[in-house]
Write a protein that binds this ligand. Structure first.
Ligand code: R5P
Length: 292
């Protein structure tokens, strides 16, 4: 029987899983998954997991498409004798639905947490969107490791941006903006945002004209519609500041978001929590340190 940690990537996660496997010097393979003609999912593990710790590697952007095959793979690993079945999800979905904003809405963060907690022994993720839930332990009952990318973002900014002014576009982003600015001893500002719809945001800036000689660096955990960053970039331009550098943890960029944002920015970079053209900051070493 082969022993040692086994990394199993869900399709689409081969790149991240491969980088993680190299860091961990662990065996890595790709779960076989396809659709039956009726649209149901077929899943097969490519290696015997008996007696091994199994890490399923699957980022959860577009979660509805992948969730069932992830559960089927986890259950198969457990049924076939894995000693531990973990989920390595660089992006953890549904964290923003943390409240019943309108009567009758589902609080999907709680439902999603219940389903993942019933399926896995451990979850390892980076910068989940913790706003109204203070920690993952408030909604997940499995062991949940919350990694933080701020030091990596800070080091990228220090190496690539001269004279930065770190800007968080809303109150939630204070946690990243403050940590990054503190690490590289840069000034920072946190703006106020009001969201009135999926694609409608208003961002209020203080007077930043004194910082016109600095390079604005917008930091946010998620870029989804891209409106938060786009509206902020336009507001910065109205005050005569330079086009910002955008540094994003989770580059979801739905629809035309990335194309719309690009001309408003000097540069857009992201971590590889979700595979995207903007990826510039690798998270595998951070995850490897947590898993090893
Ligand atoms: C929410 O508060 C997050 O921190 C992000 O600011 C938000 O998810 C960005 O969404 P969008 O790109 O759709 O404006």
């Amino acid at each position: 029987m082969t022993t040692g940690r086994l990394l199993l990537a869900l399709p689409g996660n081969e790149g991240f899983a491969g980088r993680l496997a190299r860091e961990l010097q662990a065996e890595c393979a790709v779960v076989e998954a396809r659709r039956f003609p009726d649209g149901e999912s077929y899943v097969r593990l490519p290696l015997d997991p008996a007696g091994r710790v199994v890490d399923l590697v699957c980022t959860l952007a577009q979660p509805d498409d992948v969730f069932l095959r992830l559960v089927f793979a986890a259950d198969a690993a457990r049924q076939l004798g894995a000693t531990e079945v973990n989920l390595v999800a660089p992006y953890l979905a549904y964290m923003r639905q943390d409240c019943r904003f309108k009567p009758g809405e589902s609080i999907s963060s709680l439902s999603f947490a219940r389903l993942l907690s019933a399926t896995f022994d451990r979850l390892v993720t980076v910068d989940p969107h913790l706003h109204r839930h203070p920690t993952l332990a408030a909604l997940y009952t499995l062991r949940a490791d919350t990694l933080q990318s701020a030091p990596l973002l800070a080091d990228w900014i220090a190496a690539n941006v001269a004279n930065p002014l770190i800007i968080g576009p809303d109150e939630e982003s204070e946690q990243w903006a403050g940590a990054i600015a503190g690490r590289i001893k840069a000034p920072h500002a946190v703006l106020r945002k009001v969201r009135s719809g999926d694609r409608e945001v208003q961002v209020t800036l203080p007077d930043l004209t004194a910082w016109r000689g600095h390079q604005p660096v917008l930091v946010d955990d998620i870029a989804s519609s891209g409106r938060t960053l786009a509206v902020t970039a336009r507001e910065l331009a109205r005050q005569g500041l330079r086009k910002p550098t955008c540094v994003v943890v989770h580059p979801l960029f739905g629809g035309d978001a990335y194309g719309t944002l690009l001309p408003l920015c000097d540069r857009i970079v992201s971590t590889d929590s979700v595979t995207h053209a903007s990826n510039a900051i690798e998270l595998a070493p951070l995850f490897a340190a947590a898993l090893s």
